[in-house]
Design a protein around this ligand. Sequence first.
Ligand code: MF3
Ligand code: CO
Ligand code: CO
Length: 263
Amino acid sequence: MSNVTIKSKSEIEKMRVAGKLAAQVLEMIGPHVVPGITTLELDNLCLDYIENTQHAISACLGYHGYPKCTCISPNEVVCHGIPGPHHLHEGDIVNIDVTVIKDGFHGDTSMMFVVGDKTTELKRRLCECSQKSLYEAIKIVRPGANLTEVGQVISKVVKPYGFSIVRDYCGHGIGRDFHEDPQVLHYVNKADLILRPGMTFTIEPMINAGTYKTRVNRKNGWTVTTQDGLPSAQYEHTILVTEDGCEVLTLRSDENFERIFHH
Ligand code: MF3
Ligand code: CO
Ligand code: CO
């Protein structure tokens, strides 16, 4: 926890730009998430947009050998789904996770999409729970707050739904590096860190319908699924701690949520 960086004014401005670009990739890809499309086609659209429209860089492509631009994780895939020939179907829920680098700084965000017009009540509630837990966690971010509260708030939201919180993956500091200190745990924990203005980190709760336990695909070394095969949902934002609250650097236009909190 000792390597938490405090971003300067000019670094914060670059984080704002990177965050906005990452959000805009999700805004762009939404209308393309339809029954029959493959996850590779979605990935190619994102890569083309990031490189040729945004003139930015995909942080994932080549990251520790990761082979694609985005992570696309349907249904029981918790995270790090590798785009490929898999077709999406009506009623699937799917997470698309985008991280871009612009001017040396990272913006990292993900959201769930429902494929087609409808899904099951379970999958709908799972998405709702994950987004709500992210939003409630963002609301407690301010100078002087303790990062451990993030896990408490998320647990409080998830409990009445009867879902579980993934423990094997967490949020993270972000800036010049993709994954910086601190780790941001989404479950009840004892990792204390007093927040200060200029800190930037992600909150990205992965919520499972059944067990919290996960497994990594042994063939590709990346794709994380639930151990019981039940679905999982995740939303992610990159957050800046401001002088009196926080700012959601990756807010999208479709969201009914504040960009800036003054507390
Ligand atoms: N974007 C993911 C996160 O939220 C990390 C993906 S790493 C990759 O931290 F290599 F799988 F792309
Ligand atoms: Co992240
Ligand atoms: Co991400």
